[in-house]
Design a protein around this ligand. Structure first.
Ligand SMILES: O=P(O)(O)OC[C@H]1O[C@](O)(CO)[C@@H](O)[C@@H]1O
Length: 397
């Protein structure tokens, strides 16, 4: 990437900045919410209280020798960052470390009765069971008679805007959802995306999922449509191997979402059947690669994952966190070309993301200027703008 400008890695060390507020305010709020959501015992409460103190005032501590993922974390930067303030290491790293430590505190890694109990499950379930989910599923019936292209477009936008508000936002920013959404796409490469997934295509779609619940459901609907209409012969859904960033989807969340679809009526149930049978015959597979929860950009991905992405017709990254990891969690000038920062990626790649952090690339100078004129820098983080970006040789702009 010879022409790519230098862009500093984002840290959380600047009071008043968005990353600082996540470390100093959002993480403590998440701990308190988790403490109230499950009937934890005294040891778990103590461990969570200690984590609250450590993550706001303390330093990164080494993992015990018997931690199951100690070697991974050492390789992912723990050796270098142990002993440093959470605010002075890359923000992406600090956030990941927070969720790793939170799982420890509630007994996720076991042994013991709480092993494998997702501390965020009550929030994810509440969202999946909410009446809004029923409304969204019922609305699918209205798509039935539309031409395929229009249905495909509607489902793509459902998946895109499903990322608008994740549970981490809602747990710590009451009222954020009430803000008027400005449903403006700041970049739209959807034509390029569709050219990679033509009708009667024989390709493999990889979708790297983000949140469970009301984001995962539309992601699954999009996959069902692409398989049923022959725009993809196979699909692979990457989820997280353990609970992460409050709402990120795990295999258990995929199972919950599929049950929700199967229990629905009308078109939603039909999509559910398509997915169920695609899983049964291997056209759809679910993957939970350890790197999906790594505190690193995808530029550092391991060889096996690189080979998997290289073999795909298109890899779609959903959501803000995946975007940060795809382009690198850096303060890029917003006009830095998306294709340039994803030049390392081994195949065609797309991002479907609502903007919820400072990182952004691929904007035109005019779009950036219009956003700044209307909102100063708030458009970067308030979750009311979205983008569809694609990098491939076939790109049509
Ligand atoms: O669910 P998403 O779209 O990945 O968004 C999660 C987002 O939450 C934050 O980490 C802040 O906690 C964002 O900056 C982050 O990228």
């Amino acid at each position: 990437m010879p022409d790519t400008p230098f862009a500093p890695v984002i840290l959380g060390d600047e009071p008043g900045s968005f990353p600082h507020s996540v470390l100093a305010e959002r993480h403590p709020a998440i701990i308190r919410q988790v403490q109230g959501a499950l009937p934890y015992g005294p040891a778990q409460h103590r461990a969570l209280d200690e984590l609250l103190k450590n993550c706001t005032e303390g330093t990164v501590e080494p993992l015990p020798a018997d931690a199951p993922d100690r070697d991974l974390w050492q390789a992912w930067g723990l050796t270098a960052y142990a002993g440093r303030s959470w605010y002075d290491v890359p923000w992406l790293w600090s956030e990941s470390w927070f969720y790793r430590r939170l799982l420890d505190a509630v007994g996720w890694f076991g042994p013991g009765a709480w092993q494998g109990i997702d501390p965020f499950r009550p929030f994810k379930r509440a969202e999946l069971d909410a009446p809004q989910t029923d409304e969204e599923l019922a609305a699918l019936d209205e798509l039935r008679d539309l031409p395929e292209q229009e249905r495909a477009r509607a489902l793509l936008h459902g998946s895109l805007w499903g990322n608008r508000a994740d549970l981490g936002f809602r747990l710590s920013a009451e009222g954020a959802e009430a803000r008027d959404p400005a449903p403006a796409l700041v970049d739209d490469d959807s034509e390029a995306l569709w050219s990679l997934l033509p009708p009667a295509g024989r390709g493999t779609l990889v979708l790297v999922a983000d949140n469970a619940g009301r984001e995962l459901v539309p992601d699954l609907l999009l996959i069902a449509h692409l398989l049923a209409e022959g725009r993809a012969a196979r699909a692979v859904l990457h989820v997280k191997p353990h609970p992460y960033y409050v709402s990120d989807a795990t295999t258990a969340d995929v199972v919950d979402a599929l049950h929700r679809l199967r229990a629905a009526c009308g078109a939603a149930a039909e999509y559910g059947r398509v997915l169920w049978s695609a899983l049964a015959d291997g056209r759809l597979t679910v993957r939970a690669h350890p790197f999906s929860c790594a505190p690193l950009p995808y530029g550092d991905m391991p060889q096996d994952l690189r080979a998997e992405f290289a073999a795909a017709t298109l890899t779609v990254f959903k959501g803000d966190l995946n975007y940060r990891r795809l382009v690198g969690d850096r303060m890029w000038p917003p006009t830095t070309p998306f294709a340039e920062v994803t030049g390392y990626f081994p195949g065609p790649v797309a991002a479907l993301r609502t903007l919820k952090s400072d990182v952004v690339t691929g904007l035109s100078a005019a779009t950036e200027a219009a956003l700044v004129a209307a909102e100063a820098q708030r458009w970067r983080t308030n979750g009311t703008h979205a983008l569809i970006q694609v990098s491939s040789d076939l790109q049509v702009k």
